[in-house]
Ligand binder design. Structure first.
Ligand code: PAF
Length: 282
């Protein structure tokens, strides 16, 4: 399988598919593909005859240079991984110039409160970078629908807002988190974990399950306090944040309200590797 590197070529392939009456789906990725990405593609294939998968490690969304440098890049493996989809998948692997021209920088978006909490608070500029690259990719690829995993639930919420801000004619579809058997959420960053870190990382999902199972009986404050305390005792994993928020607006709650949906979110360091995860609480 060969990747397309020129934006006018991917635009042409999509226009031709649309002219044949095909629904076109888009799965944007940064590569190092795993079963979580495959689940997004499989989900997209239920509705779409052609799926464009982009592979682009976007420099503007990394607020940490080491994280960008160490981000796994496995293009040959990724192409082999996608090859069994045959002609149903087209791979777009642009260079930074193809995306940014000679100005690799982010547009300043106003995503309001959504960008000030959790990932936004701990990774300044991250969502401007995500918004910028997706706005460019959406316009170059021009699909009917784009698919995002709920592991990056805050990103999914921001992408919906981006589509409004940029007035794009595009349906955004959120797909369930794909987990290993031991509960660890699939992530390209898992490739950087040592054997020992892989052994202890399922604690992240266990802590989220605790939050879910005790959401009815404990207040949000009590739960937050408890989760923070168990990470203090856990060697090898360092909790950056744990938050319970309303999924509509990502605001923390003073008290639970009927007919509202809540999710717990966290970011955890295993050594240098930063992992995020979340769970629906009700
Ligand atoms: O979720 C990701 O892998 C990235 O943030 C995305 C959506 C591909 C944008 O670079």
């Amino acid at each position: 399988m060969q990747a397309i590197t020129a934006h006018n070529q991917i635009s042409k392939i999509v226009s031709q598919a649309k002219a044949q009456g095909k629904t076109v789906g888009f799965v944007p990725t940064m590569g190092a593909l795993h079963r979580g990405h495959a689940s997004l593609i499989d989900y997209a294939l239920k509705d779409c005859a052609l799926i464009v998968v982009s592979i682009f490690v976007n420099p503007t969304q990394f607020n940490n240079v080491t994280d960008l440098e160490k981000y796994p890049r496995t293009i040959e493996k990724d192409l082999a991984f996608l090859s069994h989809y045959g002609s149903k998948v087209a791979v777009y692997n642009p260079s930074p110039e193809e995306i940014y021209g000679n100005n690799v920088s982010s547009k300043g978006y106003d995503f309001g409160h959504l960008e000030t909490v959790m990932e936004g608070e701990h990774r300044p500029g991250h969502f401007d970078g995500v918004g910028t690259v997706l706005n460019i990719l959406f316009r170059q690829v021009n699909p009917h629908k784009a698919y995002f995993g709920e592991k990056d639930f805050q990103q999914l919420t921001i992408v919906r807002k981006l589509v409004d801000i940029e007035n794009l004619d595009l349906e955004i579809i959120g797909c369930p988190i794909h987990r290993q058997e031991d509960g660890l959420a699939m992530s390209s960053r898992n490739a950087r974990l040592t054997e020992h870190q892989l052994e202890i990382a399922p604690f992240i999902y266990e802590s989220l399950l605790y939050a879910k199972n005790n959401f009815d009986s404990l207040s949000a404050r009590e739960l937050k306090g408890y989760i923070e305390s168990i990470y203090k005792e856990k060697d090898g994993l360092e909790l950056e944040y744990f938050e319970i928020v309303n999924i509509k607006n990502l605001r923390t709650l003073s008290r639970k309200r009927k007919n509202q949906q809540y999710r717990a979110f966290l970011a955890v360091y295993a050594g240098e590797v930063r992992l995020i995860d979340n769970i629906a609480l009700n």
